[in-house]
Write a protein that binds this ligand. Structure first.
Ligand SMILES: *[C@@H]1O[C@H](CO)[C@@H](O)[C@H](O)[C@H]1NC(C)=O
Ligand SMILES: *[C@@H]1O[C@H](CO)[C@@H](O)[C@H](O)[C@H]1NC(C)=O
Ligand SMILES: *[C@@H]1O[C@H](CO)[C@@H](O)[C@H](O)[C@H]1NC(C)=O
Length: 649
């Protein structure tokens, strides 16, 4: 008896020893991701390796959809993803950090790891991505309006250092060498396209990454596939890659990479699967045949390639940026569908299956069910009731006063609108010419609370003849249509940046009403007051073109398959924002090409709960206006006039 207990104990000990030993060997296997300089290839754990990645921006996709989208990446045969980290999303106001919910970067990386997708992380700090200020936080310019962004200007670097002190330590456990999915980390972004060409800045960023992540990590840069871009983008001891679309010659682009990067595999870090859209420009598309041909050519050269993007997502809320081309201003649409293989709502297109077939020639495709387009839902037309307009909304706001107009940045206003208000204290000509040369970006002008006209940066329209007199109240309601995401213009301020004149007189003593420092709070309060019926329903249809909040409540049918994804159509409306149950679906503008706003299913309340839709319409008010959630998105509406350029990034 006694002996058998000893035997049992010994046996158990042996088992424990065996289990812990195999545990040890399992976790001491070297995890390495390096470049084999002799054979111009990547080595993953010592074995030749090539990635075919899909770019995805977790901040353009609600977190509840991350698994769905990444699973579809996986099923396309991709073995990696590439992401940007957006400083502005994680630190929208100075010192206020967001790393949860839709900003849960680490949760996203863990999910990729769970799905066995490797990750290339681009830490910025500038990312472009067609986002407000290219992903930089606007408050940098509040702190120092003369800050030289993306350079070694100490006032900029001190902020970058603080941000990286927060971000980079979080990435350490996510690195491949530490058991995480991150095989490569990109420094800056297309820096060779920026005017500054400041190598001290690039080296500073590189050394910060070395310090936090270790110099044994594979760091890379990405620049356009031409000598012109690479010469200010390449950093010593950092692997240089290129980016280009299907219209470019593959061999020439890789030859440009090779001339600046003497060893290592060919890499296209942004192979464009489509292209971006601006308001009032024709919808961009790139054929599947063109995408597949270029992809096949690159993969035949053993290149590693990132499809930019596999799924674009949405620039919800105020997050879309703008571009400036030949002095003209082009705000970006809300959708980031991009004509990518997976649509804005995550549906596979013919391009998805075609791309998958090309990938299948080079990598083993996973077994499993291929994704199919998901059904969408349509509601009845919803009658919208006009409620508060901006003059009601500002009653609760305390204006900021100053002699001359102030900018969004100097007022620490991230996004939205400012109502600039003053009283005319001089005698005027008839008509009097109002000039707002520093307008960024669009303004509705009101004289004694009556609409008098619209000024527009997209149309380079900065003057307006006014019927206005001594003692009149002049209000200029200015919309920030998104900060530039590219070029030297990322530095610009929003609002009114120069003096405003009436005839030859400079107007002074302005009141600034900020709409709003906290939109989420405003909309939440709005919904609360609605449900307690405190807000009286007023009829503003006689008051033309005063920005007004419209609202409706609706209940979905009693059907267990609902809610489904849907698209908000705003025919007959003009320009504004829409909030579904408090969530900002983004900007709409019926000039096109985008006519519908994507409304993912998780934003709806199922039967029998009530849904609240708020539309903040800037320009239209008519009786009995309706909206409708429909089953088909429209991103390619005809544009009333021809586009005159194709922006090349
Ligand atoms: C594992 O990595 C260590 C340190 O880099 C190295 O000394 C060792 O030779 C590696 N072992 C294997 C099996 O590759
Ligand atoms: C590109 O290079 C490959 C291999 O070097 C060659 O086979 C191919 O013909 C070249 N393609 C073009 C378009 O020059
Ligand atoms: C691609 O890699 C394979 C395997 O290492 C090699 O045999 C082939 O020559 C390479 N092709 C090119 C174009 O470099």
């Amino acid at each position: 008896m006694f002996l058998s207990i000893i035997k049992l104990l010994l046996f158990s000990l042996l088992i424990i020893l065996f289990v812990s030993l195999s545990y040890e060997t399992r976790f001491t296997v070297n995890k390495s991701f390096i470049i084999d300089k002799t054979n111009n290839q990547f080595l993953k754990d010592g074995q030749p390796f090539r990635y075919i990645a899909g770019h995805i921006e977790y901040f353009k996709v609600p977190a509840v959809l991350w698994r769905d989208r990444l699973t579809k990446y996986k099923m396309a045969g991709l073995n990696a993803i590439q992401i940007y980290v957006e400083w502005n999303s994680h630190e929208p106001e100075e010192g206020m950090y967001h790393f949860d919910g839709d900003n849960d970067l680490i949760g996203f990386l863990k999910l990729a790891n769970e799905l066995d997708l490797l990750v290339l992380v681009r830490t910025g700090p500038f990312i472009d991505a067609e986002r407000d200020m290219g992903g930089l936080p606007y408050w940098l310019l509040s702190k120092n309006p003369n800050m030289k962004l993306r350079t070694s200007d100490p006032s900029y670097l001190v902020e970058v250092d603080k941000w990286y002190d927060r971000l980079l330590p979080m990435l350490i456990p996510m690195l491949y060498k530490n058991g995480g999915p991150v095989i490569m980390v990109q420094i800056e972004n297309e820096y060779g396209s920026y005017f500054a060409c400041d190598f001290n800045y690039l080296k500073h960023l590189r050394d910060l990454h070395y310090k936090y992540l270790g110099s044994d990590v594979l760091f890379y840069t990405t620049d356009g596939g031409e000598d012109y871009y690479l010469k200010c983008g390449k950093i010593d001891n950092v692997f240089a890659t290129v980016d280009f679309g299907s219209e470019r010659d593959v061999n020439e682009s890789f030859a440009a990479q090779r001339s600046h990067q003497p060893y290592g595999p060919y890499v296209n870090s942004e192979y464009y699967t489509g292209w971006i859209d601006h308001w009032e420009e024709t919808h961009s598309t790139v054929t599947s045949a063109a995408i597949c041909k270029g992809l096949d050519q690159m993969l035949a050269l053993n290149a590693s390639v990132t499809l930019y993007p596999m799924h674009g997502g949405t620039s919800f809320g105020f997050t879309a940026g703008s571009n400036i081309h030949k002095n003209r201003f082009y705000p970006l649409i809300t959708s980031y569908d991009f004509d990518a293989p997976l649509t804005e709502s995550g549906d596979p297109t013919a391009k998805y299956y075609d791309v998958r077939n090309v990938i299948g020639k080079y990598l083993t495709l996973p077994v499993g069910t291929l994704p199919k387009p998901e059904p969408k839902m349509q509601t009845k037309p919803l009658l919208m009731k006009s409620t508060a307009n901006i003059y009601d909304a500002i009653e609760t706001l305390v204006p900021i006063e100053s002699v001359y107009p102030k900018t969004f940045e100097s007022l620490r206003l991230r996004q939205g609108f400012i109502l600039y208000s003053t009283t005319v204290t001089n005698h005027t000509s008839d008509p009097a010419v109002l000039t707002v040369n520093g307008l960024r970006d669009r303004a509705q002008v009101f004289v004694d609370k009556k609409y008098a006209g619209t000024l527009s940066r997209t149309q380079s329209l900065y003057t307006l003849g006014l019927d206005i007199e001594f003692g009149s109240q002049l209000d200029i309601f200015v919309e920030n249509q998104g900060r530039p995401d590219y070029g030297i213009e990322i530095h610009e301020s929003k609002g009114i940046t120069e003096n405003v004149t009436l005839g030859s007189v400079v107007l002074k003593n302005w009141k600034h009403y900020l709409l709003f420092t906290d939109w989420q709070q405003y909309i939440t309060n709005f919904i609360t007051t609605l449900s307690t019926s405190l807000l009286s329903e007023t009829n503003y249809t006689s008051v033309d073109r005063i920005p007004t909040f419209f609202t409706t409540e609706f209940v979905l049918p009693n059907d267990s398959t609902l809610p489904l994804d849907s698209f908000l159509r705003l025919d007959g409306w003009r320009k504004g924002l829409a909030f579904l149950n408090g969530f900002n679906l983004g900007r709409y503008w019926t000039v096109g090409p985008q006519l519908t706003l994507y409304a993912p299913r998780h934003l709806f309340n199922a039967y029998p709960m009530t849904n609240t839709l708020i539309v903040f319409e800037l320009e239209r008010s008519a009786p009995n206006m309706t909206v409708q959630f429909v089953a088909t998105s429209v991103l390619n509406a005809t544009i009333p006039f021809t586009s005159e350029h194709q922006l090349l990034l």
